[in-house]
Design a protein around this ligand. Structure first.
Ligand code: FES
Length: 96
């Protein structure tokens, strides 16, 4: 059975660019690879995701995570991004 991936969209809009998204992207890729869950994820760039003033924005499936910057990324990854990936992957791949 093919695994349904969770789409992780990283905002590449101009505000998130100002907050340093181009520095965050390679670190996010590295954290995903280290986690062992990168096969569950389709990582994409996105246009503005909405809350531009709240730091870099990532949508993990249906969950939006804000307030990301190079300093908070690792903590946000462990506390919010990875749990959201695992939860949504489990839901999407439940046997029917
Ligand atoms: S530019 Fe990233 S949320 Fe608007």
């Amino acid at each position: 059975m093919e695994i349904k991936k969770v789409v992780v969209s990283l905002c590449m809009g101009s505000a998130c660019h100002q907050f340093g998204v181009y520095g965050v992207l390679p670190v996010l890729r590295g954290l995903l690879a280290e986690s062992g869950y990168s096969d569950l994820v389709e990582l994409k760039g996105a246009f503005c995701l909405g809350p531009c003033t709240e730091g870099i924005v990532i949508n993990v499936g249906t969950v939006q995570i804000t307030g990301i910057n190079p300093q908070t990324l690792s903590r946000k990854f462990t506390k919010k991004i990875l749990p959201a990936i695992i939860k949504q992957s489990e839901a999407a791949n439940e046997p029917s």
